[in-house]
Ligand binder design. Structure first.
Ligand SMILES: *Cc1c(COP(=O)(O)O)cnc(C)c1O
Length: 371
């Protein structure tokens, strides 16, 4: 049996011929930049999240970077970021001209550790980026309180959390703004690169729009603008795919529940805990094990594709050597023990059982060898 890590072709088959028809129509009308498709998707995405404004941009990294710049965060500022995240979270801070300050993650969820956060605040702290990693939202109660108390901006990196909720509120509604990536493999993915920023702040939205469109518009921002727009083609494709997002997230949840149930008694396998307040959309299914590399090789042998998210914690990344001196033990231990199992909306129950069987056999053999 082959178990792919993701299956985009299966998703696109479900969307059907409308996708191809949309592309053909766009070629006929040549409305490639801006226009009704972009406006419609921006509005629909904001309303799906529960925010007033949505601004389409070129990718998730730009959503973060432009949002930070629009907030006036830059040179001399520090922005607190979890050590366990995709490097783009930290890169966006550096691209805005500010300094990322890394904090460790929680042992049970691998998300930003709110106790460790306190020690990372300084007079230069301008913002905290809550990364809703693997589809699970951070502790937004505690983060909201801490940021309000300190008077710093709370920002959501929701690039892996399309449709996720903390209690009854969706990802994107807690921060000064939230950044989404529509990279093809994300829960809602485009036919290429795309991203969006959502916010309740009309003037912030207008500044981001101007910053990503050569400064055009009625909101001079006093900053060097760039070009980071959402293509009409991507907006139209995302609009069609958004009809399926909730169902696809539900299917991810079923697969995640099955993995959790079946793996719960496998020796040496540590699951990523889910907070009860948090309604995850399971972008990735991450387990930890001491025999990570050997298990990964075994899964590959059986046709099961896995990933590591992420191999190098951000504070150890060569790009951020400046910040690389602190020991952040949970993130460092996780980096060498984590493995992401296949996770997508088209994973079958048989495939989940097959993956679990291979892991169970491997763990049993390893346990026997060590006795
Ligand atoms: C994907 C991702 C990004 C960056 O998004 P791009 O669209 O690839 O620029 C940022 N942060 C996290 C957590 C991501 O998963």
């Amino acid at each position: 049996m082959k178990v792919p890590f993701v299956d985009l072709a299966a998703s696109h088959a479900e969307v059907g011929e409308a996708l191809g028809a949309t592309i053909t129509q766009l070629i006929q009308t040549s409305g490639f930049i801006g226009g009704a498709a972009v406006d419609a998707f921006e509005e629909r995405w904001a309303s799906y999240c529960g925010t007033r404004h949505g601004v389409g941009v070129g990718n998730g990294t730009d959503a973060l970077t432009l949002g930070l710049r629009a907030l006036g965060i830059g040179r001399g500022d520090e922005v607190i970021v979890p050590a366990n995240t995709f490097v783009a979270t930290a890169a966006s801070v550096a691209l805005a001209g500010a300094k990322p300050v890394f904090v460790d993650v929680d042992e049970s969820t691998l998300l930003l550790n709110t106790s460790a956060l306190e020690a990372a605040f300084s007079p230069r702290t301008a913002a905290v980026i809550a990364v809703h990693l693997y589809g699970q939202m951070c502790d937004m109660d505690t983060l909201g309180d801490l940021c309000r108390l300190r008077g710093v901006a709370l920002i959501e990196d929701a690039c892996q959390a399309h449709g996720a909720r903390w209690r009854d509120r969706r990802a994107g509604t807690f921060g000064a703004f939230a950044a989404f990536s529509f990279y093809p493999g994300k829960n809602l993915g485009a036919l290429g690169d795309a991203g969006a920023l959502v916010t309740d702040d009309a003037s912030l939205a207008a500044r981001v729009r101007a910053l990503g469109n050569h400064g055009r518009g009625h909101h001079p921002v006093g900053l060097v603008s760039t070009n980071s727009r959402l293509d009409a083609l991507q907006a139209a494709a995302l609009d069609l795919k958004l009809d399926h997002l909730d169902l696809w997230n539900e299917r991810r949840r079923s697969a995640a529940d099955a993995y959790s149930r079946l793996l719960s008694d496998v020796p040496g396998v540590r699951l990523t805990d889910q907070r009860s307040e948090s309604h995850s959309v399971h972008h990735l299914f991450v387990i930890r094990t001491a025999e990570r590399d050997a298990l990964r090789a075994e899964l590959t042998k059986y046709g099961i594709v896995t990933g590591i998210h992420y191999e190098v914690p951000c504070h150890r990344h060569p790009t951020f050597t400046d910040a690389g001196r602190a020991a952040l033990p949970v993130a460092e231990a996780a980096a060498v023990s984590m493995i992401s199992l296949p996770m997508h909306p088209h994973l079958t129950a048989d495939q989940v059982c097959y993956v679990v069987d291979v892991i169970r056999q491997f763990s049993t053999d390893a346990a026997m060898e060590s006795t």
